[in-house]
Design a protein around this ligand. Structure first.
Ligand code: KG4
Ligand code: ZN
Length: 354
């Protein structure tokens, strides 16, 4: 099945065409980062207006790349998929409504996709060698600007939330720290780069809290306190440290970044370790923008090795928000044809659960 996928949940306008779950024929991402940079974060109204302005052009470019030389390739796809949630309501609406229009006009099925499921599927894109492998039960960690979730998948496309952040997401923790240190937006890449330039041992130079969630903290049923995390105290600890000891030079900023990143990475690696120790998993999948972080990749690689399972990482172009993960997941698990009419009546769901 060949699917045209649309992603517009946050600040990337993206359209992709994927065949059979993992064969990416085209993936176009228009990043709005420069539009939001002056505000130090994503402004929902700015995001949705930019989605409206760009989505048609991005879709046409994706089709032209997937089917070069064909004048009207719209008919070459078997279905239209789009992110239905979670995300910013006004941003989601643009992609979802565009997808509905396309599906109606072309007479093709519309497939709603959960953005977090798609992040976990992103590790499969461009990796057909994984098709024959038995990777389930799988432990998934989706880490982005809006989410930090540990997910158990007993079988493909089945998801159970084991735990997540109770306040800031990991990406948010990176972005807020970068803002505080004057490193610009988005902050993750800047902190990652400086952490790598920091002197040996800088990751242990300053102590930051690990973000433990106490066993008596009220949590929804099924969430394990040991697999939940709190990153808001980390940001406060950084602020307190910087007020007491303002960094005097680049090396001191880099040292702060290394220690701060190490705290986030250690918190996530410890929880991955706990989840793997208490369940039977055949693979660990890491998805989302923060999965680009070198420290996190290395730490989770070590955790997976200890448990003798593969760590599945998305290619760099599929870590941040993209539509290949939407089209990929939809083409791997197309719904029964009967679901078509009901889907067209669905609205977006900004807090769509895992
Ligand atoms: O998945 P994504 O592109 O968008 C959301 O769905 O949120 O993730 C964006 C987040 C931002 O917070 C950004 O700072 C973070 O991913 N990020 C990183 C790195 N690259 C991007 N965080 C840490 N290290 C990186 N190298
Ligand atoms: Zn995302």
């Amino acid at each position: 099945m060949t699917v045209l996928g649309i992603e517009s949940s946050c600040d990337e306008t993206a359209v992709a065409i994927v065949r059979g779950g993992d064969e990416v024929l085209a993936s176009v991402v228009y990043s709005q980062v420069p539009l939001h940079r002056p505000y130090g974060g994503v402004v929902p109204e700015v995001a949705s207006r930019a989605h409206v302005a760009k989505i048609r052009g991005v879709a046409e470019e994706a089709l032209a790349r997937a089917f070069p030389g064909e004048p009207t390739p719209w008919d070459r796809v078997d279905a239209i998929a789009a992110t239905r949630g979670p995300g910013l309501a006004a941003a989601l609406l643009v992609g979802w409504t565009f997808a509905k229009g396309l599906a109606l006009a072309l007479g093709k099925p519309l497939i709603p996709v959960n953005h977090m499921h798609a992040h976990l599927w992103s590790v499969r894109l461009g990796h057909p060698e994984l098709r024959g492998q038995n990777l389930w039960p799988q432990l998934g960690l989706a880490v982005s600007g809006g989410h930090t979730c540990f997910v158990a998948s007993p079988e493909p496309n089945v998801y159970r939330l084991l735990g997540q952040t109770i306040d800031d997401a990991a990406g948010e923790a990176f972005d807020k720290a970068a803002k505080l240190l004057g490193l610009g937006y988005p902050g993750g890449p800047a902190i990652d780069k400086l952490a790598r330039q920091a002197p040996e041992g800088a990751d242990r130079a300053i102590h930051f809290p690990e973000g433990r969630v106490s066993a008596d903290h009220p949590l929804p049923p099924g969430w394990e306190p040991a697999l939940c995390v709190s990153f808001s105290g980390l940001k406060t600890a950084l602020l307190t440290h910087v007020r007491k000891h303002p960094p005097q030079n680049e090396t001191e900023v880099a040292t702060l970044c290394a220690s701060y990143q190490a705290a986030i990475v250690a918190a996530l690696a410890k929880r991955a370790e706990t989840a793997l120790a208490h369940g039977r998993y055949r693979s660990l999948a890491l998805g989302g923008g923060v999965s680009l972080n070198r420290g996190l990749r290395a730490a989770l690689g070590a955790v997976a090795r200890r448990h003798a399972i593969p760590l599945l990482l998305a290619d760099a172009c599929h870590c941040g928000d993209n539509a290949a993960m939407i089209a990929g997941l939809a083409s791997a698990f197309p719904p029964a044809p009967a679901a078509g009419a009901e889907t067209l009546a669905l609205d977006v769901d900004p807090s769509l659960p895992i």
